[in-house]
Design a protein around this ligand. Sequence first.
Ligand SMILES: Nc1ncnc2c1ncn2[C@@H]1O[C@H](COP(=O)(O)OP(=O)(O)OP(=O)(O)O)[C@@H](O)[C@H]1O
Ligand SMILES: [Mg+2]
Length: 248
Amino acid sequence: MSLLQLDHLYKRFGGLEAIGDLSLAVPEGQLLGIIGPNGAGKTTMLNLVTGYLRPSKGQILFDGRRVAGLPPYRIAALGVSRTFQIVQPFHEMTVAENVLVGSLFLSGRRRSIAEMRRLAEGPLETVGLQHRAADPAGALTFGDKKKLELARALASRPRLLLLDEVMSGLNRAEIGSMCDIVRQVHRAGTTVIMIEHLVQVILTLCERVFVLDFGHELFQGAPGEVMQHPEVIASYLGKQLEREVQPG
Ligand SMILES: Nc1ncnc2c1ncn2[C@@H]1O[C@H](COP(=O)(O)OP(=O)(O)OP(=O)(O)O)[C@@H](O)[C@H]1O
Ligand SMILES: [Mg+2]
C-alpha cells in the first residue's frame, strides 16, 4: 500500500484549473522529486496534501485514510509535515523555540515544555544548528533560516516530509549541505517529497521524479529516464538546465 495516494485530484481557483485530474502513488520510504515550470501547481499540490487547501474534486489517502478536506493540524498529527517556499520563522523567538513549535504537533499524550525542548534537540542537531539554539531566529543567515524551517518540520517526527524548494536562494556550499541533510533524513526512514527547481539536485538525490505541467502529469520515472524524455526537455528541462550551468 502507498503511504500517500492522490486519486483524480482537481483544484480550481475560479476559472483557473491549477490541478487537473492528478493521480500519484508514493510508497513508504521513497524520496520523490517534483519538478515543473513556475505556476505548474507544485505548491498547490502540497497545500492540498497538507490540508491548507481543500480539493475541488478527488481524494487524498494517507496511510490508507481519507484526508482530503481535513484541517492542517489534523493531517499534521497523522504524521505529515512540510516546509514553506517562503521561510517564515518567528524572528523574536529563539532557534530552539521555533523548533519547539513544530513538536506541538506531535501526536499522543501531552508533554511538558522541558520534554519538548529535549525533543527539539534532535532536529537541531540533524540540520547542524544546535550551537545556535539560544539565538533569536531573526539573527540567522538566510541559509540557516532554511535549515531551521526544515528542523521545525522534523520536530513533529513526520512519516511524510514535504519540502517546497528548500534549496532556493542557497549558495553552492549551502545546497551541498542541505542535500546531505535531506539524504540523512530519508535514510533514517522518512518518506520525502521534494519540490525543487534545481534539476541537478533532484536528479542526484531522488529515486523517482514526477514532472508536473500545469496541473497535469507530464512524466514520472527514474531520474535517468526523465533526462531522455523529449517532451519534458522541451517543456521545462532544457531551459532550466541552461540556466543552471550559466556562471553566476
Ligand atoms: N490561493 C490561490 N488563489 C488563486 N490562484 C492561485 C492560488 N494559489 C495558486 N494559484 C494559481 O495556481 C497556479 C499554480 O500555482 P502554484 O503556486 O501551485 O505553482 P508552483 O508550481 O508552485 O509555482 P512556483 O514554481 O512558481 O512556486 C498558478 O497559476 C497560481 O497563480
Ligand atoms: Mg511553488
